[in-house]
Design a protein around this ligand. Sequence first.
Ligand SMILES: Cc1ncc(COP(=O)(O)O)c(C=O)c1O
Length: 491
Amino acid sequence: MPTESSANQKKMDQSAPRTAEQLASLLARWADGPGSLHHRLTESLTELIAAGVLRPGELLPPERRMASALAVARGTVVRSYTSLSERGLVDRIQGSGTRVVGTTETVGSIDVTRSDGLYARHGAAIDLRMAMPSMLATTTAAVARVQFDAIDVATLADTEPAGLFMLRERIAHHLTRQGLSTTPWQIMVTSGAQQAIVLAVSGLVQPGDAVLVEAVTWPGLTDAIAQRGGRAHGVELDREGVRPDALEDAIQRLRPAAIGLNPHHQNPTGSRMSAQRRREIAELAAAYRVPIIEDRALAHLAFDGQVATPLADHAPQHLVVDSINKVAWPGLRIGWLRADADVIERLRPVRAMIDLYSPTHSQLAAIEVLRDWEDIVDERVDGLRRAADLAVDTIGEVLPTWRFARPRGGLVLWAELPGGDAAAFCDHAARHGVLIAPGKQFGVDAPYDDDHVRIPFTVPQPALLEGIERLGAAWRSFERSNAPYPAAAVI
Ligand SMILES: Cc1ncc(COP(=O)(O)O)c(C=O)c1O
C-alpha cells in the first residue's frame, strides 16, 4: 500500500520542472546592483534557495535555456551554477543536470498558463513581449481629480461586487454614446477586460464545451476557456477578422457554446472588421443562437479615429468586454462586462468569490477618466500612431525581408519571417538582448505553423529603436546559422 509520503513523492515526480522562463520571472531584477552578471545571478539564486522558493531536490533549468531566458551568455549561467555547487547549494551531476541539494516530499504541481510567458521578467534585455502603454498627461490630470467624498469612504457603504453604481451609470452612458443603448444594471465593473473575459466564459461555458476563437488570439482568452474545462477551436481570419464561411462551417461542425472575438486591432494580427463584416458575423452567430463575447479592449486605439459600434448593436444576445486600461493606463485595472441584467446578476457571486470588488480608488479614477475620454483617447492614439510609424520605418530599413501590414490601430505589429521557425528565432534573439513573442504563443490549434513574431510599439522610443536594431543583428546571425551548407561542403 503506498504511504502518504510515497504518494507525495510521486506527486513531486509528476510535477513539471520549473521552466527557465518561470525561474527568470522569480529572479525579477537580478541584474541590478554591483558586480559581474554571474556574481549577481549566483547571489539571486542563493537568496531563492535560502528562502525555500527553490526547493530541495528541485532541478534547475538547463544552462542553455536559462541563458536564453535571461538574455545572457551561456557561460554566465555555467559560472553561476558552478559557484552554487562550490557553496554546497546544488549538486551538478553529468547527464542529469543541476539540482538543489536535499529532498522534500511536499511539492505540488506547478500549473502554467499560456499568457504567463508574456509576463516573465528578465534582467538584462530589451523587453518587447508585453504591450503595455505608458502613463499620459491627460490621464494624470483626470486621476488627480479623484473625489473621495463622492462616496461614503468611511464605511464603504456604496461598495458592491458589480461596481460603484455611479461608475456603472457612467459606463452605461459611455456605451450608449458608442451606439449601444445600455442601462447600469447591464454592467459589471471588473478588474480589467481580462476579468470580464473570465466571468463571461464562466457564465457561458461548461466543461467539455467547444468555444470558437480567432485562429491566433490573446492567450488570456484561451487560458480562461481551458481553465473552465472548455475546448478552444481556432477559426481562420484575414485582414478583416474571422471569415464568415469558416465561422459558419465551424459552428455547424462543433456546435460551440460561445464565440470569443477580438475584432478591433486584433491581438496579435492587427486585423480589424469592416462594418459589413461585423454585421455579417453578428447576425450569423445570432442565427445559430451562439453568443459572441466581443473583446473591445483595443477598439478605441484606431489611428484613423474610426471606432466601430459593438456587435450587440446587431444582435442583443452578444456580450461586450472592455476596459480603460489600454487607453488611459494599464495600472488602473478597471474594465467591464456588458450583458443582460439577469446574466450580470448571476455572475455577481462568482465575481465576489474572485476578489469581492475592484479597488475603490481605481473605480473613482475611472469615473474621471470616462469624463475626459475623448482627450485621453486623442493623446494615446497620437502617441501610438507615431510609435507605429517609427516601428514600421525602422523595421523596413533593418529587416527588409520581413513582411507586415502597417497597423491601423492597437499596440502591436505582426511580422511574417521569410523563413525559419519563429520560436527558435525568438530564443536566438534573447541571446542578442531582445525579447519578443513568437506566433505560437498566440496560436490556438496544434500544430501551429510558427512563422510570425509580435512586436509591440509601446516601449519608449530609444528602447524601441535599440530593440529593432538588436532584432536586425539577431536575424542576420540566425539566417547565417540556419543557412543550408554550401554545395561544396556536402559530401
Ligand atoms: C485582446 C486583449 N484583451 C484583453 C486584454 C486584457 O486587458 P486588461 O488589461 O483590461 O485586463 C488584453 C491585454 O493585453 C488584450 O490584448
